[in-house]
Design a binder for this molecule. Structure first.
Ligand SMILES: [Zn+2]
Length: 93
């Protein structure tokens, strides 16, 4: 009974969807940024109190885990654009 109707409905929606996807433009912007964890140094300074009474510390550097020691990160921004449809003016009643 409703078989043909359903088929039309879905094929119409598919066409609409295909058109929407066809109009979309996708691209990505890549940018090298300074690592915010290590401030671009690639290392994190660590310290540990070894002698409480004399206030002595041990200092050492650790490789920054976020940027793996490069001090930089690759920032990737995925962008999608689609045509803006200007809304139709409503007729004054
Ligand atoms: Zn880092």
């Amino acid at each position: 009974m409703g078989g043909f109707k359903d088929y039309d409905y879905f094929s119409r929606n598919k066409k609409m969807w295909d058109k929407i996807m066809e109009e979309r433009q996708m691209y990505s912007i890549e940018k090298i940024i300074i690592c915010d964890d290590c401030k671009g140094r690639g290392i994190i300074e660590r310290e540990r109190l070894t002698d409480y009474h004399n206030g002595l510390y041990d200092y050492w550097d650790e490789k920054c885990e976020k940027c793996k020691g490069s001090g930089r990160l690759l920032e990737i921004v995925e962008v999608t654009t689609t045509p803006f449809k200007i809304p139709k003016k409503r007729k004054k009643g």
